[in-house]
Design a protein around this ligand. Structure first.
Ligand SMILES: [Zn+2]
Length: 411
């Protein structure tokens, strides 16, 4: 038996917004045996290793819920263009970078080629380091959807039966998450936000097929109409949700399990850095991206008021929002969305963890959960940006596996 006790740190267990100043965290065989006050620590084996973590902040590992490990930090206009050989090599480095950024789990929101599945196997077997990964297949979309003609990222199918076949192909490839494009992007004149690329029947076919075959479904939905179509069909992970009306909020609030990731990094960085991509500020304004940021702020406020589970993550892996900068999201949650730092941290830990593992073993430090932890040399509740400084993070990922090499649950 392996037994380790971390003593003296300020503990944020990720269960609620509270902290424990003089804490003890006991890890036994990769699982949390105890996390709480030093006084409350039960009797531990004599040969336990004791690590003095005084002056440090200890928190659960974070979950990146909208991961694109196969993206090569290329221009957002060239996603899917990187050759499979290069993208695979780069993805191995990205996995390591994500883990060292404090993100010990990741839900993929679309992979180029079959890179995610290979990464998951390599991570689970210990050949490379990286977060626990729910692997996605290629983005599944209709003809003329936002993912049409995106090289190694696209899988195009139209009609319920062709879509069911596409989902079955992803099952054959041992994918965990089927990612679909419901509406599009303002940079795409043939599929802007609000224009639904699937009909209801098609989204329902994807979700029912995926759920029957033990996969979950993630979607790109910017508009209220796209969010409503997704929620009604039973999609598990909603990405973006920028423009929400009251009906969309009510539908989301009625579904406990669904989680929403606002993924605002793309808009913020596109507005800030458009000229590096050869796009003028005037064009970006005309495309409506400034308005999209404002709309997202309003939507997040409504979601917070309705108690909808929000998670962290979004579209890192492009030139203007590169891998390794994922913790910027928590800064956006605080500065743009007005969240308390502890509230943003719960989105990154408990909420993301429960999206990854509905059984509740990820994203919290409580008896029975996996001992994925981050020791921080600083106090993220005072300065949330400390989480962006990898030098100040010690990332500990438990060896306990929650998925097999083939994506099926083991425990
Ligand atoms: Zn994405």
């Amino acid at each position: 038996m392996e037994s380790t006790i971390y003593t003296g740190a300020v503990l944020f267990a990720g269960v609620d917004e509270s902290v424990t100043s003089n804490s003890a965290v006991w890890v036994r065989d990769g699982l949390i045996a105890y996390a709480g006050t030093a006084e409350g620590l039960p009797e531990t084996p004599n040969d336990s290793q004791v690590i003095d973590a005084s002056g440090q902040f200890i928190m659960p590992g974070m979950t990146q819920t909208h991961a694109h490990l196969s993206f090569a930090d290329a221009s957002p206009f060239a996603i899917g263009d990187t050759a499979v050989e290069d993208a695979t090599i780069i993805a191995v480095g990205n996995a390591e970078k994500m883990l060292s950024s404090g993100f010990t789990a990741a839900i993929s929101f679309g992979s180029t080629y079959k890179i995610d599945v290979a990464l998951r196997g390599a991570i689970e077997s210990g050949r490379i380091s990286g977060p626990r990964l729910l692997a996605a297949g290629r983005d599944l979309g209709a003809t003329a959807s936002n993912v049409d003609s995106k090289g190694g990222l696209s899988q195009i199918a139209d009609g319920p039966w062709a879509l069911r076949q596409a989902v079955r192909e992803q099952r054959r490839d041992r994918v965990d998450v089927v990612k679909i494009f419901i509406d599009g992007e303002a940079i795409n004149p043939t599929n802007p936000p609000g224009e639904l690329s699937f009909c209801d029947e098609e989204v329902e076919a994807v979700v029912s097929e995926a759920h029957r075959r033990k996969m979950r479904v993630a979607c790109h939905s910017r508009s209220a109409a796209a969010v409503k179509q997704a929620v009604r069909a039973g999609v598990d992970f909603i990405g973006h949700a920028n423009y929400l009306d009251q009906e969309a909020i009510a539908l989301l609030a009625a579904r406990d399990q669904v989680c929403v990731g606002p993924s605002i990094a793309w808009e913020v960085q596109y507005v800030a850095q458009c000229e590096s991509l050869g796009v003028s500020k005037a064009t970006v304004r005309a495309q409506g991206y400034e308005r999209e940021i404002e709309a997202t702020i309003a939507s997040v406020e409504k979601m917070r008021a309705a108690g909808i589970k929000m998670v962290v993550g979004g579209d890192y892996g492009i030139s203007i929002a590169p891998h390794g900068t994922y913790a910027k999201d928590l800064e956006y949650f605080v500065d743009l969305f007005g969240m308390r730092p502890a509230e943003a941290m719960l989105c990154a830990t408990r909420n993301g963890g429960s999206a990854f593992d509905p059984k509740g073993r990820v994203g919290i430090l409580a008896p029975g959960s996996v001992a994925d932890m981050v020791l921080v040399d600083g106090d993220p509740l005072r300065d949330i940006t400390v989480l962006q400084d990898h030098q100040k993070l010690t990332v500990l990922k438990s060896k306990v596996s929650l998925v097999s090499d083939f994506g099926d649950e083991e425990l």
